[in-house]
Ligand binder design. Structure first.
Ligand SMILES: C[S@@+](CC[C@H](N)C(=O)[O-])C[C@H]1O[C@@H](n2cnc3c(N)ncnc32)[C@H](O)[C@@H]1O
Length: 417
């Protein structure tokens, strides 16, 4: 092909976006012409690696953001301060960025720069030349990473085709080396960050996501615990480990039943934003009913008289799961035994307890000590002539990265005669 017959080509090969597009997915002609600008093969291959890695990283990130926006649109306090969902921060820099913000460094931008560069930029000149020690620089140089420190930015240049994991580790080492400034960074002030906070605090937005969370949460309870709305009517119910109390909230708001108790040891502290959102849905009367039926307590020592509940629910708050299965066997065992004993004590004759998640024979091997402890506790319970126990499969869950293709989640149903 003669020169004047060549396909139209952007005149400015210094344009970052044009070069990036060619590196990511340029035609052979475009690549040749980029190389003809004086880039040797090794450098070209290196830059191409980063451009392609950036592309797939951002594509995956967009999927993460879409899922987050759909499934859990409420931002945490740290996200509000950063002015973004954590998923909007590229994964290799994400942990370092949030830890730096906690240490007092106001971050503005982070992630892939042009060519082989990774950068975090800041809202103020925090750094002098010595902020990163010579020894850390030397260590990283040995590993093929050159640091460029400016008063309000840190960049890394990789001289080999690094993976995201290597980048993440390098960012984490840099973050660990920087001193804590004593107070967390103030809220980010970019236009995007401000707009993000405005949307998050809009009462309409809050109400929409709160309603969505409440409905989805309630439906999950019904599905996972094998309940229908009819089974809740005219029953005295307790939700043990109630979290945001969305189950009780939905039952009261939708007039399903008012006789539903929430037992929760960490009321108001575990999910403050979500709890606020749930509470924003309640009228004064509904709040009185829900608060009046909320008791700070634990599943191991239930704050109820004997034989007072028709239906006892444990959803996502199984005993023993917070203990280390290997190192805190006694704690795990104790929680399991006390919880089942308490359930049997409080259940009315003819009543039912439903607990989720448990597992059938297919489960991740790491659960073995816990699964065996629950199996033994259920075995002992089944010898009690007043109890019958069923394990009902609920759904398969694919576990990535292990040889078992799936585990089968199940619910435990305990009926008291
Ligand atoms: C994963 S959340 C589940 C919340 C809610 N049941 C749901 O499914 O959305 C687990 C809850 O169990 C609570 N919890 C922790 N230890 C507990 C205990 N000993 N007794 C009862 N609840 C406990 C936690 O505070 C948390 O709210």
């Amino acid at each position: 092909m003669k020169n004047n017959e060549q396909a139209p080509f952007p005149s400015n090969l210094l344009d970052e976006d044009v070069v990036r597009r060619i590196l990511e997915s340029g035609s052979p002609e475009e690549i040749d012409r980029l190389r003809a600008m004086g880039m040797d093969q090794e450098t070209f291959d290196l830059y191409r690696h980063f451009a392609q890695l950036r592309k797939v990283t951002i594509e995956a990130q967009l999927r993460e953001v879409a899922e987050r926006t759909e499934q859990s649109p409420m931002a945490s306090d740290e996200e509000l301060s950063a002015g973004t969902y954590c998923e909007w921060i590229e994964p290799q820099a994400r942990d370092a960025v949030f830890r730096l913000r906690r240490k007092g460094y106001g971050t503005v931008n982070s992630g892939f720069g042009i060519e082989n560069r990774q950068t975090i930029t800041f809202d103020a000149p925090y750094f002098t030349e010595t902020a990163i020690s010579d020894s850390l620089r030397a260590e990283l140089t040995k590993e093929g990473v050159v640091i460029e420190l400016k008063p309000s930015s840190i960049s890394m240049f990789f001289n080999h085709p690094a993976s995201l994991l290597e980048m993440k580790r390098a960012w984490n080492r840099i973050e660990e080396a920087l001193p804590d400034l004593g107070t967390p960074a103030p809220p980010a002030t970019s236009g995007l960050a401000i707009a993000f906070r405005e949307t998050q605090s809009d009462p309409e937005f809050m109400r929409r996501i709160a309603e969505d969370m409440e409905t989805k949460g309630y439906e999950e309870y019904l599905n996972d615990l094998g309940l229908t709305e009819g089974m809740l009517k005219n029953k005295r119910i307790v939700d043990i480990g109630a979290g945001t109390r969305m189950f009780a909230g939905h039952c009261v708001r939708m007039d399903i039943t008012n006789d539903v108790f929430s037992v929760e040891p960490n009321n108001g502290t575990t999910y403050p934003n979500e709890e606020r959102a749930m509470g924003s849905l309640w009228s004064k009367e509904e709040r009185e009913k829900i608060d009046g039926h909320t008791i700070r307590g634990t599943r191991e020592s239930l704050p109820f008289q004997n034989e007072t509940m028709d239906l006892m629910l444990v959803h996502g708050a199984m005993p023993g799961t917070e203990a280390s299965f290997e190192q805190e066997t006694e704690k795990m065992q104790m929680e399991i035994d006390h919880t089942f004993a308490e359930i049997i004590r409080v259940l009315k004759s003819g009543g039912e307890a439903r607990l989720f998640p448990f597992y059938t024979k297919e489960y991740h091997p790491y659960r073995t000590p816990w699964k065996e402890a629950i199996d033994q506790a259920l075995d002992r319970l089944s010898k009690n002539s007043r109890c019958s126990i069923r394990i009902e499969p609920v759904h398969e869950t694919y576990i990535e990265g292990i040889s078992l293709p799936t585990e089968m989640t199940a619910r435990i149903v305990i009926s008291k005669k």
